[in-house]
Write a protein of this length. Sequence first.
Length: 477
Amino acid sequence: MQAYTSATRKLKRRLGQVVDASRAGRWAASFDSSKISFLPAAVIIPRQEADIGVVLELANRHRVPVTVRGRGTTLMGSAAPVNGGWVIDMLRLNKISIDADAGMVHAQAGATTGDIQRAAAVEGWFYPPDPSSKEYCTIGGNIACNAGGMHGGKYGVTRDFIIALRGFLPTGGFVEWGTATKKFAAGFNLRDLWIGSEGMLGIVTGAVLKLVPQPAARWTLLTSFNDEAAALTAAKVLFRARVQPAICEFLDRESVLCAERATGKTVFPGQSGRPVILLELAGSKGELKEVEREVLAWAKQHTLAFKVARSRAQVEELWAVRRKCSGAMFELGDAKLNEDIVVPMRNYEKFARFLAQLKRSSKLPIPTFGHLADGNLHVNIMYHRANRAETKAAEHAVQKLMETVVSLGGAISGEHGIGLAKTPFLRIQHRPAQVKAMQAVKHALDPRGICNPGKMFGVVRIWKYPKLQIKLPWDHK
Ligand SMILES: Cc1cc2nc3c(=O)[nH]c(=O)nc-3n(C[C@H](O)[C@H](O)[C@H](O)COP(=O)(O)OP(=O)(O)OC[C@H]3O[C@@H](n4cnc5c(N)ncnc54)[C@H](O)[C@@H]3O)c2cc1C
């Protein structure tokens, strides 16, 4: 990896202490949650937003690759500095202030999603996008990946809550896309171009986010079904009745069995390993009363069994199945291809049939769970790294999965983005003209290819790279 010694010396002269070229500092910034590691030449931990302009100006002059890092929770390798160079760590830029009258948050990019939600709640407001990593991940990372979470079906994803962004173009110019107003029609909408651009079209330093009123009440119901197709069909019946659950989480049989092994409890006694749907309604007490009645009538008619939570403790009990399933999957294999695909609702049953067939033909466990109100399913292809036949079967299965999802009108990623991990499949989703248009935008904004090079467009099979054997704070226990 190139050392960029003279450029790093100049950077230290300009920014001093915020530049860390120690071995330990560089190592800590060399990987993200994909756990593949590429050592950068230095890490910059800015104290003020203007530092980032200085970094980019020098990076352009000396052609140093720059990778910006929120907290490194991405599973896609998108924050791994694959070409070395400099990493900008947004850790210290984490101020949050709430405009309680306007229902907006002003947040610096390094603020965590969990802190933003708590600050909003104090003022009676709610910020709905809630990646499961929210206690660690940053709003900058959420914007760069267009992160989602369980609330997506009712409320939307990060994109739906962005009012304005500010930050630096790859060439170092400071820009503000929009202002703190709910309407803005002045010029091209380059704000939306930044959302989901994975740190390749600029660096976000701050955002204005929209809030919605905090729901006064929540109501939780766990339901079970004969098989996956029955669960998916039943969910559609509910949506057709115009019920909009805040959360509608599906777990297939294999996921439920994983959770049951982890908790040592059967979710519904006498019905081990039945697929389930966990529903949560949110709203005012009055609104909920009416919808609860409708959902209970649906449950009586369309489910095998159901349980309503009557207390906070029971809510936690019902949630255990969802919280425990992911970690427990590692009993089925020491490697996981975790694919956050999206399937259009009209093709849910076709997808269920395809998945059953994929499990049979690959002979691999593929526990699948996800958000039914927006079709974003997490398909987890489990295998053992040391077993060549299983590794080959997993590679084949992921290719087949991506081709099928696109042929059903879906998407290869609903919330994680492309990074390195999804590069082999980008061209299944996008026609050559589309990829060319994206590359033209990249070139127009970043003519020297400074910002997060090596991502998105090249083909990298990251499962072939050696993985660090480390435990991260957000790894499942
Ligand atoms: C246990 C676990 C659960 C997860 N659950 C979910 C989930 O439910 N939903 C979901 O959507 N994702 C989920 N994720 C994925 C991940 O947490 C999200 O993609 C998150 O948005 C990444 O945020 P981060 O701050 O860690 O960014 P990083 O991982 O540091 O970076 C991700 C990308 O964003 C870019 N980036 C970061 N900050 C900036 C910035 N300020 N300006 C420009 N680019 C920037 C990076 O260069 C990189 O390309 C999960 C991950 C884990 C480990």
